[in-house]
Ligand binder design. Structure first.
Ligand SMILES: C[S@@+](CC[C@H](N)C(=O)[O-])C[C@H]1O[C@@H](n2cnc3c(N)ncnc32)[C@H](O)[C@@H]1O
Length: 193
């Protein structure tokens, strides 16, 4: 059976991330993706997480503690557009995840924004290892969501195909703004244009 956008995103990450890798959760929220990544990279790896809401960071820290996954995780109360301040120039990441929209059960006015999402995405693409993948689930049914969706889709459609594969996965016969999954994979070898 075809799986949800969220589940398919996890499958795409699980195919490439191995123990010891460094990965990024660009929108920590309730920690669902952070925990998933922390299990994949194991104690030898590193998950770097960002959120602008203290509540998201606190909830996730607690969950990580309960599941003994804290030691491989660094959480920052910071916008993902500041990723460059946290990663060193040489640091390479094998994967990253974004869930765009608002924090479920949180303040629906605090949403991700197209401009800062693209700043973060560009930085992560620069740091992505060959064969690495960035997965983004776009929710857009809320006020401001449609605008962010268009900004992000315009950006990812223009990513050069010589260096990256870009995938779009969505159930197009579902009601109520079905989420869109985008996966950006850095090619192992750069093709000639
Ligand atoms: C859809 S939720 C993420 C859900 C999360 N992945 C989970 O597993 O629960 C989006 C999150 O992005 C956060 N956010 C909004 N703008 C941000 C920014 N500039 N940098 C980092 N996080 C941001 C929100 O605070 C919210 O928690």
């Amino acid at each position: 059976m075809l799986v949800s956008a969220l589940k398919f995103g996890h499958q795409l990450l699980a195919e490439v991330i191995v123990s010891g890798d460094t990965v990024v959760d660009a929108t920590v929220g309730n920690g669902y993706d952070t925990l998933f990544l922390a299990k994949l990279v194991g104690k030898q790896g590193k998950v770097i997480g960002f959120d602008i809401q203290p509540q998201a960071i606190e909830i996730t820290k607690q969950k990580l503690l309960e599941q003994h996954l804290s030691c491989q995780t660094r959480l920052y109360l910071k916008g993902h557009e500041k990723i460059q301040d946290v990663l060193t120039n040489e640091e390479r990441i094998k994967g990253a995840v974004f869930n765009l929209g608002y924090l479920p059960k949180g303040d629906k006015q605090i949403i991700t924004q197209g401009k800062t999402t693209i700043t973060a995405l560009s930085t992560l693409m620069d740091h992505l290892e060959k064969g690495g993948r960035i997965v983004m689930v776009i929710y857009y049914g809320h006020p401001g969501g449609e605008q962010e969706k268009e900004t992000v889709l315009d950006f990812v459609k223009a990513i050069p195909q010589e260096e990256f594969n870009v995938l779009n996965y969505q159930f197009i016969n579902q009601k109520n703004s079905p989420p869109i999954l985008i996966c950006i994979e850095k090619k192992l070898r750069k093709n000639n244009p």
